[in-house]
Write a protein that binds this ligand. Structure first.
Ligand code: FAD
Ligand code: NAI
Length: 496
């Protein structure tokens, strides 16, 4: 009995301790200490963007070392891996957003944030032109921000390859607004198909959901949509059973080219079971408000054109360079031959510049444009900038010490010499920041029907897995990252 009583006591204490710790964490997050204003004589570091790259940098940066200014039209960080789940309402969009003000409020020294779009980087004059895009004022305010150091983390825009009709007629899937638009369009298509007196052909068109692009965005969305149909729509409206169809269109011979052959085959067979139609070797050439025109490569190598009617069209064919990045590339001779984004060196410095760095999807560093890469690049830059600030401080100290040594009396000189040696040692240690090295932790994608595929790095090898266990791994990995203690606060915070 005594043993049980002790175990019971320990359990009680552990539980109470846990509750107290949680309460303290929530209190601490809601009431961060007062911030101080950084020293105006320090360098001004301007960060463009509030995505994976920029936020990872800001979270780890010692903001007391610089005057930090953040410019982004989006006043929150978006956890993109769970965005496809928002299109069907499986995940509430607010739970994957973290207000930038909340993130910056927790820094030691204050950081300025402007909700604005950077419209031009004037590299020669070290200025960024920014424009307030909010609709509360009829005349959009425009101003300039000076920088000593600039980090470009503006991501990429949706690639359309200039295909006629794409911008006007498709939904994209990059931002929260896109997910909301898709959700509304799905329901509009379904309800309109239910309207009295529709021809069968029109009902079929309205209930045909076409996804263009068989990369991870297209595959994950197609999977989520079919789940929504199976789990909800079919129960609410059994009448749509025979006509609701999801088609994934891909120009290449297979979907998910970045995954291993085994997982590509698994995904394709899983989609077949789930009645998601995969149309590979099918390149969309033209889009109207009700149809897509595609060039299909037949097994004998010949081509035929097909007109495919659709109700909802989601366009997920990858990334394109943003105009602001293109413009900056035009100002730097070393960037002239690059088309895909800002070429950076191993320290993420934009080639041809000394005081501009780039992270994430807008940077070309031979890695795939993923959140994983962007986050690691942001964290690397924070380390680099923290080190650079310490280096500057020590170098200033060394100049002071050398001056003092020159005028010091003989008995003081030895002491100063020791200090100089000590500072020089520190400097050498600090300066040993190696170049950026990306650690690939694997690729994960949800493919619908509570299945996921994963190519995960394991020691020096790779493990490829697909199925329900992988889905549980996917879910726990992303939910634990997303529902960090700060994100929990997001759930209870007001509108952004
Ligand atoms: P972003 O995160 O796109 O952020 C760019 C920021 O710049 C935004 O805040 C934007 O508002 C701001 N901005 C834009 N223009 C301007 C301007 N002119 N001035 C100032 N600011 C500007 N990757 C993975 O590794 N795993 C996944 O599971 C995964 N899932 C994804 C799912 C979807 C649906 C999508 C679309 C992408 C997914 N990705 C995933 C890719 C990942 O989201 C991107 O690689 C990542 O967001 C890139 O980070 P970034 O900081 O470069 O850009
Ligand atoms: P993507 O570039 O990976 O794939 C786009 C696909 O569209 C390509 O396979 C391409 O062949 C196809 N395509 C292009 N034009 C076409 C046309 N006219 N007709 C038919 N098909 C056409 O783009 P995606 O999926 O948007 O991903 C962008 C980046 O984000 C990638 O680096 C990806 O790895 C990352 N991402 C990662 C996720 C994950 O890890 N789970 C999820 C979503 C995105």
């Amino acid at each position: 009995r005594g043993v049980f009583k002790t175990i019971w006591r320990i359990t009680q204490i552990t539980f109470l301790g846990g509750v107290a710790y949680l309460a303290y964490t929530v209190y601490d997050l809601k009431n961060p200490p007062d911030q101080f204003e950084p020293d105006p004589s320090k360098k001004t570091l301007v960060v463009l963007g509030s995505g994976w790259g920029a936020i990872s940098l800001l979270k780890k940066l010692d903001t007391e070392n610089y005057n930090v200014i953040v410019v982004s039209p989006r006043n929150f960080f978006l956890f993109t891996p769970l965005l496809p789940s928002c299109t069907t309402g499986y995940i509430e969009h607010r739970s994957i957003m973290e207000p930038i003000r909340n993130i910056l409020r927790h820094k030691k020294a204050a950081v300025k944030y402007y909700e604005a779009e950077a419209t031009k980087i004037d590299y020669a004059n070290k200025k960024v032109i920014i424009r307030d895009d909010s609709e509360v004022k009829s005349d959009r305010m425009e101003t300039e921000v000076d920088f000593d150091m600039l980090v470009v983390g503006v991501g990429a825009e949706n690639a359309t390859f200039g295909i006629p009709g794409v911008r006007e007629n498709s939904c994209f899937l990059k931002e929260v607004g896109d997910a909301q638009k898709i959700r509304k369009k799905i329901m509009d298509c379904v309800e309109t198909a239910m309207f009295k007196g529709q021809s069968e052909e029109e009902v079929k068109r309205l209930l045909h959901m076409v996804v263009v692009g068989g990369g991870p965005t297209g595959v994950e969305f197609a999977g989520e949509l079919q789940d929504f149909f199976q789990e909800d729509l079919l129960k609410w409206m059994p009448q749509i059973k025979d006509h609701f169809r999801v088609t994934l269109v891909e120009a290449l011979p297979n979907v998910l080219p970045m995954f291993s052959k085994q997982l590509i085959d698994y995904t394709e067979s899983s989609f077949k079971e789930e009645h998601i139609d995969i149309r590979t070797k099918t390149m969309v050439k033209n889009v109207t408000d009700t149809t897509i025109e595609a060039a299909i490569t037949l097994p004998d190598g010949s081509k035929k054109t097909e007109i495919i009617p659709y109700g909802l069209l989601v366009w997920a064919t990858g990334n394109a360079v943003r105009p602001i990045v293109k413009d900056l590339m035009g100002q730097i001779p070393a960037q002239k031959d690059e088309r895909r984004g800002l070429k950076v060196n191993e320290y993420l410095v934009v080639k041809g510049t000394e005081n501009v760095w780039a992270v994430g999807d807008c940077a070309i560093a031979n890695y795939a444009p993923t959140a994983q890469v962007a986050a690691q690049e942001g964290a690397f830059l924070a380390r680099l900038f923290n080190t650079m600030a310490k280096t500057d401080e020590i170098e200033k100290d060394l100049v002071d010490l050398s001056d003092r040594q020159a005028t010091a009396k003989a008995d003081e000189r030895n002491e100063i010499l020791n200090l100089i040696t000590e500072r020089q040692k520190q400097l050498r240690r600090i300066k040993q920041v190696g170049p950026f090295q990306y650690t690939h932790q694997g690729s994960l994608a949800y493919i619908g029907a509570e299945k996921a595929v994963a190519d995960v790095s394991w020691f020096s090898g790779n493990i490829a897995s697909g199925g329900t266990m992988t889905y549980l791994f996917w879910k726990s990995a992303y939910l634990s990252m997303c529902f960090s203690s700060k994100s929990l606060l997001v759930l209870c915070s007001p509108i952004y």
